[in-house]
Design a protein around this ligand. Structure first.
Ligand code: DON
Length: 585
């Protein structure tokens, strides 16, 4: 069996010039890989290869996703994790699509306003009870074929051997390490010890990052499963760390954590079946709401340009309304009653009624009964990966530490980062402000409750077969990134490669600003055309929205194409019959 890195190679420079401190590495072509034997697309070539190795050995898409997920905890520490949580959409052949949900929970000692006056987002207090290890274990129990140990071991091995730092990892680590409080505050001493470059100031592409503590932790997880993490040596290390740092998670909170298998959010749209992540992610419901509104508006391809100013205007109006509904209604459905009619066709019809095709509706005009105060913005990092195997089983997985490197807190001696997901709860009851902070009831903090997420791993099926696997990082922008890829592929019949490559934009009701990527393929006067319609447009040269590592299947031939987004690094790897195994040396 052989694994090939397909077509265009990601060329990591040998010197850190473009990985220097603040500028992201230069744009590269979208990288793709096609085949019928299985594809893995993730943020890092070695993590994709580890997943593809698993497929080549007879593992299925869930096995490969688990192996890739553990590997990313080593290769992409800003978001790949065992100290965070997420959503794994699984499409087993001939069965319903489900979501293995492993979102973090609030510790048992919190109250609705426990973080109302809290400002330090890089602190033990911001940590939710981590879900990733329990989620991967549950997915394995339900769907896995290869032994658990076989899926965790490659990650432990690369942690021990060290990984070659590429341009994106050098950029990501340098960027974080250069921040003043990370450099000086004792709270982040373990971060500096674990992720600081040996004997120099900054990482350069080509350096090696060895993570021996993480190797020990992964080895324990490989040997003992989730028990080590939730009720064993690692649990003790986590609780010691949290208590030293004045945080809230107690041993009991870890013991009580459970991942869950939940039905996907399902809807028919333009002849296909949409399956999205259910609550506590707002992703599935909000993307579906947006698609339904666009369908209702009859959005169709513009022969001149796939993103005309008319399209961007209409889509922005749809985003604005969907995000208002998200704020009004959505939270953890195990704690608050949520009426599914929110994402129904009927509601979509009602919501589009007051859209003016020529003029922006100020967000302040559609607040409804939400009280607004004049007055933080979600930070980007999370990571998404997609897997398909030769039997057509698909996995679309998004997981996160919330901010880049989460809380910045590395568990002492255990070598992994803890999330700062508590910041996804609405922090101040009753205070919704024009800068985008939400204070509505459904997403207020409570013991054991899961904070509302925007993660939107999606599976699209046509005639019962997996057609698309899509997802992205990016906080609230995730919802719109995914929706824009689906609009291009399902409404405009563009290829997935074109759709991932193309420019993105984002509006989230509040703040009332339309953010637009800068891209040579956008009409030059796009910004002014939108301003003429009354939008406040922000377009920065360096803005990059999301990183959507996705897969499309050409159903007549069964050939799958993995597309690695260019925005933050990434690699699509295919499995070939009768191939030899390739590994990074
Ligand atoms: O679950 C959520 O919606 C956020 N914690 C995700 C944060 C995120 O995507 C940051 N990344 N790029």
């Amino acid at each position: 069996m052989r694994i090939l890195i397909a077509s265009v190679c990601l060329c990591w420079g040998s010197v850190a010039n473009s990985a220097s401190l603040l500028g992201l590495p230069a744009r590269t072509p979208v990288q793709t890989a096609s085949g019928t034997e299985g594809i893995v697309v993730s943020n890092c070539d070695i993590a994709s290869q580890i997943g593809a190795d698993v497929l080549a050995e007879g593992g299925n898409a869930v096995d490969a996703a688990i192996a890739t997920g553990f590997a990313l905890a080593v290769t992409w520490p800003e978001a790949g994790n065992i100290g965070g949580g997420g959503f794994m959409m699984v499409a087993p052949p001939d069965q319903d699509v489900v979501c293995v949900e492993y979102r973090e929970t609030a510790p048992s000692s919190v109250k609705a306003d426990s973080l109302a006056k809290w400002t330090n987002r890089r602190h033990e207090r911001m940590v939710g009870v981590p879900g990733t290890v329990a989620g991967f274990w549950l997915a394995h129990q339900k769907y896995g074929k290869l032994p658990w140990k076989r899926l965790v071991q490659p990650a432990a091995q690369i942690a021990a051997e060290g990984i070659v730092v590429d341009e994106y990892l050098a950029w990501s680590l340098n960027n974080y390490l250069s921040q003043q409080n990370i450099q000086t505050d004792n709270r982040y001493a373990e971060f500096r010890r674990v992720y600081g470059p040996p004997e120099k100031q900054f990482w350069e592409a080509g350096d090696r990052l060895v993570q021996l503590d993480l190797k020990k932790t992964l080895f324990l997880i490989a040997e003992q499963g989730p028990k080590a993490f939730y009720d064993g040596v690692i649990a003790d290390q986590i609780v010691d760390q949290i208590q030293r740092g004045d945080g809230w998670i107690a041993k009991e909170d870890l013991k009580k954590f459970r991942a869950k298998v939940r039905p996907a959010i399902h809807g028919r749209i333009r002849g296909v079946d949409f399956y999205g992540a259910p609550l506590p992610s707002s992703g599935g419901t909000t993307v579906l709401m947006e698609l339904r509104m666009l369908d209702e508006l009859g959005l169709k391809k513009d022969e001149q340009h796939f993103w005309s100013a008319d399209h961007v205007h209409l889509m922005t109006e749809v985003m604005r309304r969907a995000f208002r509904e998200r704020a009004a209604h959505l939270g953890d459905a195990d704690f608050v009653e949520i009426n599914p009619s929110v994402w129904s066709d009927k509601h979509a019809r009602a919501l589009v009624k007051n859209i003016n095709p020529q003029q922006a509706t100020p967000s302040a005009e559609i607040v409804g009964d939400i009280e607004i105060t004049i007055g933080p913005y979600e930070s980007p990092q999370t990571t998404h990966f997609s897997v398909i195997d030769k039997n057509g089983m698909g996995v679309s997985n998004t997981y996160t530490l919330e901010a880049s490197f989460g809380s910045g807190i590395v568990v002492k001696g255990a070598g992994f980062l803890l999330n700062n997901e508590m910041g996804d709860f609405n922090p101040v009851p009753g205070r919704t402000d024009t800068r985008g902070r939400i204070g509505t009831k459904p997403n207020l903090m409570a013991p054991g409750k899961r904070m509302l997420s925007s993660q939107s791993p999606v599976i699209i099926k046509q005639d019962g077969q997996v057609k698309l696997l899509v997802g992205s990082p990016g906080g609230r922008t995730i919802i719109n990134t995914v929706m824009e890829i689906l609009v291009q592929t399902l409404f405009f019949e563009r290829s997935l490669t074109e759709a991932v490559d193309g420019p993105r934009f984002h509006h989230q009701w509040l703040p009332d600003v339309l953010r637009l990527e800068t891209d040579p393929t956008l009409p030059e006067n796009m910004k002014s055309l939108l301003e003429e319609r009354g939008h406040t447009v922000s377009q920065r040269n360096d803005s990059r929205q999301g990183s959507a590592h996705s897969i499309e299947v050409d159903l007549p031939t069964g050939v799958a194409t993995g597309v690695a987004d260019w925005r933050r690094g990434g690699a699509a790897v295919r499995v070939e019959k009768e191939s030899r195994r390739l590994r990074q040396q």
